[in-house]
Design a protein around this ligand. Sequence first.
Ligand code: NAD
Length: 481
Amino acid sequence: MKTMTARDTIKTIKTHYIDGAFVESHGQEVMDIIRPTDGQVIARVTLGDEEDTRRAIGAARRAFATYGLTTKEERASTLRRLHQAVSARIDDLTAAMVEEYGGVVQFARPIVQSGANAFLAAEKGLEELPMTQSWGKTIVTLEPVGVAGLITAWNANALFICLKLASAVAAGCTVVIKPSELSSLQTEVMLECLDAAKLPKGVCNVVIGRGDVVGAELVRNPDVDKISFTGSVAVGERIMRDGAATMKRVTLELGGKSPTILLDDAALDQAIPSALQMAFMNSGQACAAGARLLVPKSRLEEIKRGIRDAMRVYTVGDPADPKTAIGPMVSQKQYEHVQFYIRKGIVEGAEVLAGGEGHPEGFEAGYFVKPTVFINVKNDMTIAQEEIFGPVLCVITYGSEDEAIRIANDSKYGLHASVLGTDLQRAHRVASQIRAGRVVINGMTDDPRAPWGGFKYSGVGREYGRYGIEAFLETRAILES
Ligand code: NAD
């Protein structure tokens, strides 16, 4: 694993991207970017302030006057240019995600790749969307909502930027992006991609900065019409509340505590690896992580044996090594957060089947945790109800199919879920009773045309494909008497 030497230079990032140009930060606060594998400072980033944010909003507002009137074809060409520019930098974006976030390369690369593909998916979505409908003397058109503030989380920053940007520009909106301040290396590459895409000035602006400074200004500013946010429930609630003062449209992509229902007819040699993949993807720092595994009581002993065997694959190590499945947590704070829940689980009476407290042996320097599986978990325990956002899996037993569905739905969240079973008709029947925005059957899969988003506390609104574009549109009817 890379460790810092005296000869390593610390990178500095000092610019935002405003009105088609790289612009020196007006804000002067400097933040360290810390490499999670060893806790070393690898970069210093100068954070933007309200003044930088207002400049970016002004540029987006001016650009909207013309970009808001573009045709479908012009927007499709914008999307293709963005796709090309991001596709050319997949390696750099992946490297930045591995370095500053500790994302394992086996997850980071496909995530960045799907970010690039989001532009093509939006182009398809735009094609499918009827922007004008008419009957009699009535014409109904879909109009861009205006200037959008796009605020992202750190766990897949480049992907979230691409997803939100793709939908927004497809709809004819101009944007100000506020990426996670913990993802500044990825953001720096993204700025170069935006510049390379040669969009009209002001269509896409980026201000690097803190949530309570740059993010709060976007939420407060009357010249911003819409906020699309990915992050925690606490901040999502705040955005909804504070945004109400200027009647902001909001899309909120928030947390999860996703259930995986392993049905009693599942083939365990496939179902268990699938369930673990769902739980431990992105080192468990995934909103969709299948953190609750519901298993039939009657098969518990063989499932425990199967999990112990399958856990051998979940090695902790250098995230840059393609064989590594679990990298470090993003920060010391996140490391402590995961430790808190592992201790809590033990105190509340759950039993550790694998992993446990502390650093894995040989990985004491960074923010590594042990991938942990708890059994004897009751669904009302804290570890089964609250989002841990780390590699911690809770195994919960059920007696009947109805009980499994009841436990799956007994959560404040409803983002993602999964059903594993041999009888597909039955798996679909179970899936259709789960209160979640997405349910996958027999393994993690994706479809960029299918909507993404949550029921309940997991959010408001949808992203991806035409559903994502609709979130950036207003509907106007013109009626002739
Ligand atoms: P966070 O809420 O702390 O931060 C998210 C973003 O909001 C950051 O850019 C942050 O700077 C900004 N922010 C903070 N305070 C703000 C304020 N007052 N006003 C405006 N913006 C503000 O979340 P995080 O720790 O970066 O991400 C982890 C969370 O994100 C988890 O809960 C996870 O489940 C969720 N998440 C959800 C999805 C999804 O698609 N549903 C995807 C990834 C992550």
